[in-house]
Design a protein around this ligand. Structure first.
Ligand code: URQ
Ligand code: ZN
Ligand code: ZN
Length: 479
């Protein structure tokens, strides 16, 4: 089975050219003009369209058990919806309960993900600490191709990592050549504000953003950055939602510290007025953390992407339907946190980024695919249209448009945070693993056709592995 994408313009993060693309055996075999391809290759006409690396979403939570329920989107339906929007790989999260062995949780999530219909990988969260966590982190890096460990600084009483856990885990991550990543909100501050708001009788979704002020994110971002600076580990801050956190990232990067930041499509476009919607169901549907912010923060996030202070975009795709959100009808702290977006990210970024001149087409590829591949060490296997790379490709029609709606989206959720927004720039064809999986509105996916992607550790790992090897070397029996 071979594919020949003819007549398009190839857009990579580092440049663009009019070129055809030949695909065979799951890989890109050739990029250029006047290519010599077999006569039986299936032809995709890309005239007037762009041929770009498939999107990589570094932040999703398919079928996540959370806040007493389970996210409705699973690894099959979620990767299918992603393909419909031009995203060909997700990096999801293994989130062990405190005291649950990391390897046990990892195996459970690997089992869930076997039904995925595009490639996937996992960050692993460190939600507790003892020596077994230290050992499992080593196993995950050495044997499972995990090179990023997540820390929730929020969610007190559930999965929150305190400074002791952060210190131990960041130290271990450095030793293993892995990236430390954080959800940066001060969980204690959020908890106290939640109690205070409830005590005043404010129980509705309008209290959600009030309990998570920008300063709670700015403080946590700075704390994580300073800890990472002291320890020397590279740091990736997920869903940066405020100027407060962005300013801390800019300071650190200006100081030469290796800190990366991620922006969610939702945080770039949606403001906190949604929480004041008179209808509980509508307001609750937008409850996620960090919350959607006032407009000045969106302006700052766009400037962060344009200036390179923020490097990636994601969605934090974590679906809860109205009946699940209703758990918080009388107490906003019980509304399951999460919203969707995996299907819409690329069109949103294209319309509001490239369409407004904020981003060039090449910068669009950088922030939706190439930068994530580089930061998490799977470039140039992923994130580029180049011979030898995986054939994960989106053929992009810059002139096509649609109005986003939960009535028509492929995501398994009854709400769409971008409802009613018209976007210009859509995937016309999506190729995953060298197979055409989406064509002009039709999905042609196969459950289980996706593969787990190992992400090699960064340089320091070899020193750590040496130590592990020596420590585990059987002592020779004296004869
Ligand atoms: O915090 C996260 O990233 C997970 C639990 C999804 N929920 C959310 O509100 N962001
Ligand atoms: Zn988070
Ligand atoms: Zn998340």
């Amino acid at each position: 089975m071979s594919l020949f994408i003819r007549g398009g313009t190839v857009i990579n993060a580092d440049g663009s050219e009019r070129a055809d693309v030949y695909i065979e055996g799951g890989l890109i075999k050739a990029v250029g003009q006047d290519l010599d391809v077999p006569s039986d290759a299936e032809v995709i006409d890309a005239h007037g369209q762009y041929v770009m690396p498939g999107g990589i979403d570094p932040h999703t939570h398919m079928q996540l058990p959370f806040m007493g329920t389970v996210a409705t989107e699973d690894f099959f339906t979620g990767t299918a919806a992603a393909l419909a929007g031009g995203t060909t790989m997700i990096i999801d999260f293994v989130i062990p309960n405190p005291q649950q062995p990391l390897m046990e949780a990892y195996q459970i999530w690997r089992g869930w993900a076997e039904k995925a219909c595009s490639d996937y990988s996992f960050h692993v969260a460190v939600t507790w600490w003892d020596d077994s966590v230290n050992v499992d982190m080593g196993r995950l890096v050495r044997d499972e191709g995990v090179n990023s460990f997540k820390h929730f600084m929020a969610y007190k009483g559930a999965i929150m990592a305190d400074d002791e856990i952060l210190y131990n885990s960041f130290t271990r991550a450095l030793e293993l050549g892995a990236m430390a990543t954080v959800h940066a909100e001060n969980g204690e501050m959020v908890f106290q504000l939640q109690q205070k708001l409830l005590a005043t009788g404010m129980t509705g979704p309008e209290a959600h953003p009030l309990s998570r002020p920008p300063a709670a994110e700015g403080e946590a971002a700075n704390r994580a950055i300073r800890l990472a600076e002291i320890i020397g580990v590279p740091l990736y801050i997920v869903h940066v939602s405020t100027k407060d956190a962005l300013d801390e990232i800019i300071r650190a990067r200006g100081n030469g510290q290796r800190v990366f930041g991620e922006a969610l499509a939702g945080h770039l476009l949606i403001d906190d007025s949604v929480y004041r919607h008179p209808d509980f169901e509508t307001a609750a549907a937008y409850v996620m953390s960090p919350p959607f912010r006032s407009k000045e923060h969106q302006t700052a996030l766009w400037k962060g992407l344009q200036s390179g202070s923020l490097q990636t975009t994601a969605t934090d795709h974590c679906c809860f339907c109205a009946d699940q959100k209703a758990a918080g009808r009388d107490d906003f702290t019980l509304i399951p946190n999460g919203t969707a977006g995996v299907e819409d990210r690329l069109s949103i970024l294209w319309t509001h980024g490239v369409g407004t001149g904020k981003l060039t087409r090449e910068e669009f590829v950088a922030v939706t695919s190439a930068n994530t591949a580089k930061i998490f060490n799977i470039y140039p296997r992923k994130g580029v249209i180049r011979a030898g790379a995986d054939a994960d490709i989106v053929v992009w029609d810059p002139a096509a448009s649609k109005t986003i709606s939960a009535k028509t989206h492929k995501q398994n959720i009854d709400f769409n945070i971008f409802e009613g927004m018209t976007v210009t720039g859509l995937a016309s064809h999506t190729i995953s693993g060298g197979k055409l999986r989406y064509k002009e509105g039709e999905l042609m996916v196969e459950k289980g056709s996706g593969s787990y992607v190992k992400r090699p550790a960064f340089q320091p790992m070899f020193n750590a592995l040496e130590k592990i090897a020596v420590a585990n070397k059987p002592t020779p029996v004296k004869r």
